[in-house]
Write a protein that binds this ligand. Structure first.
Ligand code: CIZ
Ligand code: SF4
Length: 365
């Protein structure tokens, strides 16, 4: 077998040359390759995807794919999900291994296991708490949920997943994103005083037995730094200028931002809602910049105006890591029969994580 082509040969190849060579490599690989692209990817990469979508849609596509190679233009946890849901002989690839998710890193196995043990000093967690992990988390946390009667959620199905969880047990431990947990629970009618924050830097989450006893949902104190940048004041300023305008935000935004928005939902929901709105409408959108710029461009022809919520640039810097050069490097290696950057979840962990993901897929619309 040929030796792998080193990345150094690809660093600095101009974007246009990359685009041509990526086309050529895709042609050679044909049906053996599928490229999945998340909505947050930059255009130079997004345009090469066979399928685009949010993590729920892309995980379903990965599960249904027949391709030998699934190249995931997204972040680490997404390529892990593709590996878990695909067949053992299929290969999941992340073009740049530094493409992670800073929010996913806010919860790790040791901290969640410690939390579960600490909860055990106050109640019987396996009898009364369903663990739910946002899909933005490592495979071992999905496995933890699988092993403890819990499941995974995405921003597209969080309410369905919570409903399922409350049919099993009276409480939920939700990690790593406090905002998705709080915003979803609020829309389901759970009062704020029945939601508590689990501060993973403090013993027993910084909570008393009474607080835990009263809570319906324990919210891990993680957050997304991109969505944290959007503020209620941005919405106030927009409404002042555009009284007829509409505001749409991602549920990873703060509670205050979501409360002030006309609509709250996943990236798929945001794209669909703006696309289906009447011509001439004016939108303020609170999610990642690459998506908002693309949406603005697509909707311009229909006379719609789409504005980004923050005056400062809020890109997902780790999603931005996947560049055409890394995509080209992975594809030209596949052409010469070499796999670089394979993401492989250990079998036992994959099996438990698959259980948590399957529970999610079964309750998702
Ligand atoms: O679920 C996803 O793909 C993420 C990270 C955001 C969204 O709302 O689509
Ligand atoms: Fe993670 Fe935030 Fe980037 Fe989404 S936008 S991948 S939550 S860091």
């Amino acid at each position: 077998m040929a030796t792998a082509l080193a990345y150094e040969q690809f660093d600095g190849v101009p974007d246009e040359d990359c685009a041509e060579r990526i086309h050529a490599a895709r042609k050679k690989l044909g049906q053996r390759l599928v490229i999945l692209g998340h909505h947050y990817q930059r255009d130079e990469v997004y345009r090469h995807a066979d399928f685009t979508g949010d993590s729920l849609k892309l995980s379903r596509l990965a599960a249904a794919s027949d391709a030998d190679y699934i190249v995931f233009c997204g972040v680490h946890f997404m390529a892990e999900v593709a590996d878990i849901l695909s067949r053992p002989q299929q290969v999941s690839i992340l073009p740049d291994l530094s493409a992670g998710c800073s929010m996913a890193d806010m919860a790790n196995y040791a901290a969640v296991e410690r939390a579960w043990k600490e909860l055990g000093t106050m109640l019987d967690p396996d009898a009364c708490v369903t663990p739910i992990t946002y899909i933005n988390s490592s495979a071992d946390l999905k496995a933890f949920c699988g092993n403890h009667g819990g499941l995974v959620c995405t921003s597209s199905n969080a309410a369905r997943v919570l409903e399922w969880a409350y049919k099993q047990r009276e409480k939920v431990l939700f990690f790593p994103d406090q905002h998705l947990g709080r915003n979803t629970a609020d829309r389901m009618g759970i009062p704020l005083d029945e939601m508590v924050e689990w501060d993973f830097n403090q013993p027993r989450g910084g909570l008393t037995k009474e607080q835990v006893g009263k809570a319906k949902i324990l919210l891990w104190k993680g957050f997304c730094s991109v969505h944290q940048m959007f503020k209620p004041a941005h919405i106030d300023a927009f409404r002042k200028q555009n009284p007829q305008g509409k505001v749409i935000s991602h549920p990873e935004c703060s509670f205050e931002v979501c409360q002030k928005s006309d609509h709250v939902g996943s990236t798929e929901f945001i794209i669909k809602t703006v696309a289906e709105s009447s011509p001439g409408s004016h939108w303020l959108v609170g999610t990642e910049l690459n998506l908002v710029n693309r949406l603005a461009q697509q909707q311009r022809a229909a006379g719609k105006t789409v504005e980004f919520m923050s005056p400062t640039v809020c890109m997902c810097s780790t999603m931005f890591r996947i560049d055409p050069q890394h995509l080209l490097w992975t594809l030209e290696n596949l052409v010469v029969g070499r796999v670089v950057n394979r993401i492989k979840v250990p079998p036992a962990e994959a099996e438990a994580a698959r259980l948590a993901l399957t529970r999610m897929l079964d309750v998702s619309p």
